[in-house]
Design a protein around this ligand. Structure first.
Ligand code: AKG
Ligand code: FE2
Length: 357
């Protein structure tokens, strides 16, 4: 699902795959330098501009309707996709800042798991280590062994087999062959799982894995957003979340999230940092998907029939013209923290929150 998995010929031929290829980042090699291939974005729905003109004159493009809900933002729906909701600018800049920081500092902390667990076991303080220019070095007693993630889970070996050290210290220990800069690992961070742990290899929740409750503030935020997709009186309970991290060129392939029990409960999906393109298709990959921009602060809800639809993210934009993060940049500049600033300028984060049972 993540990155560029080799796909079969059949997948290549589906309408969903065609759309993914259409929006994906490719480079044209000109004589001078690598240039991103131009993409036709004219078919991509832009809920930010739709929201602006809706607020000004009440007009909406055909196929899109609006519903009012408790909070300030307008909620847009697609006639073609019952159960799909788009809330542009649902999060204030302060809220975006808060969840970006949490996504980088606390969400990847053990017992939460990340894509790095399979290779390195649990890693502490990755973001701080990258900021401090540290590198990961394998502990002597594990060097040369290959303990798989399954063994770590089964034997509950919760001791790190790799540690972050200052690069100079690590070098003096003669560990040049097994040295991984934390900044490289931060760039390669693709997901972390909060609350009930979703196990990617089994595509299911393993409720016996150690886990922390989803932070109360995130539960409340998800509950507030989810209300737009639920009958009044029904309350969303955040039990698990997947945080996706995208660098330029990273994609999330078309998939359906079907491991939760009650599909009338929405998935609450928050976008942070750089703008991306989100595709929502149909119940098969043969249905041509609808494309839309997702910006920092936008929230998508997928409930009911939309829960059964293929969706994915074929593209993010990190260039100044398209990334659309100026208010975020301003906020982080005030805080004088260049590590966050550098990350937000080159990345997209998505937090999607689920009620599992
Ligand atoms: O990144 C996104 O906007 C979508 C994430 C998603 O669909 C997922 O993690 O299941
Ligand atoms: Fe998904």
């Amino acid at each position: 699902m993540y990155g560029s998995n080799p796909s079969t010929d059949d997948e290549e031929r589906t309408a969903f795959r065609k759309a993914e290829k259409n929006y994906k980042l490719y480079y044209d090699n000109t004589r001078k330098k690598k240039q991103p291939r131009p993409v036709d974005l004219s078919e991509v729905i832009d809920f930010k501009s739709i929201s602006e003109s809706y607020r000004q004159n009440g007009e909406l493009p055909s196929g899109i309707f609006a519903i009012q809900c408790d909070f300030d933002s307008v909620v847009f729906c697609l006639e073609s996709h019952p159960g799909f909701y788009f809330i542009p600018g649902a999060l204030t800049v302060e809220e975006q800042c808060r969840w970006i920081k949490e996504s980088l500092t606390s969400f990847p902390q053990p017992p939460n798991r990340t894509n790095h667990n399979a290779i390195y076991g649990p890693l502490q303080d990755l973001f701080a280590a990258a900021k401090d220019n540290k590198a990961l070095i394998q502990e002597d007693k594990y060097r040369g062994t290959n303990i798989s993630e399954v063994e770590i889970i089964q034997n509950d070996i919760n001791i790190p087999k790799w540690n972050f050290l200052d690069q100079s210290g690590a070098l003096s220990r003669g560990a040049t062959s097994k040295l991984v800069p934390a900044s490289v690992l931060l760039r390669k961070l693709r997901w972390s799982t909060l609350g009930l742990q979703f196990v990617w290899s089994k595509r299911n929740y393993n409720i016996s894995l150690p886990h922390n409750k989803i932070p109360d503030a995130l539960c409340l935020l998800a509950e507030r957003m989810a209300a737009a997709a639920l009958p009044s009186g029904e309350v969303f309970q955040a039990e698990a979340a997947i945080v996706n991290y995208f660098g330029l060129g990273d994609t999330l392939g078309g998939h359906v999230d079907d491991m939760e029990k009650d599909w009338s409960k929405p998935i609450v999906s928050m976008s942070l940092c750089c703008k991306g393109i989100f595709l929502i298709g149909g119940k098969s990959r043969d249905v041509p998907p609808v494309a839309m921009f997702v910006r920092s602060g936008d929230v998508i809800l997928m409930a009911g029939q939309a829960r059964e639809c293929f969706h994915g993210v074929p593209r993010i934009f990190t260039d100044k013209e398209h990334a659309d993060i100026s208010s975020l940049e301003l906020q982080f500049s005030d805080e004088d923290d260049s590590a966050f600033l550098e990350y937000i300028r080159t990345s997209r984060i998505n937090i999607n929150i689920r009620q599992v049972f």
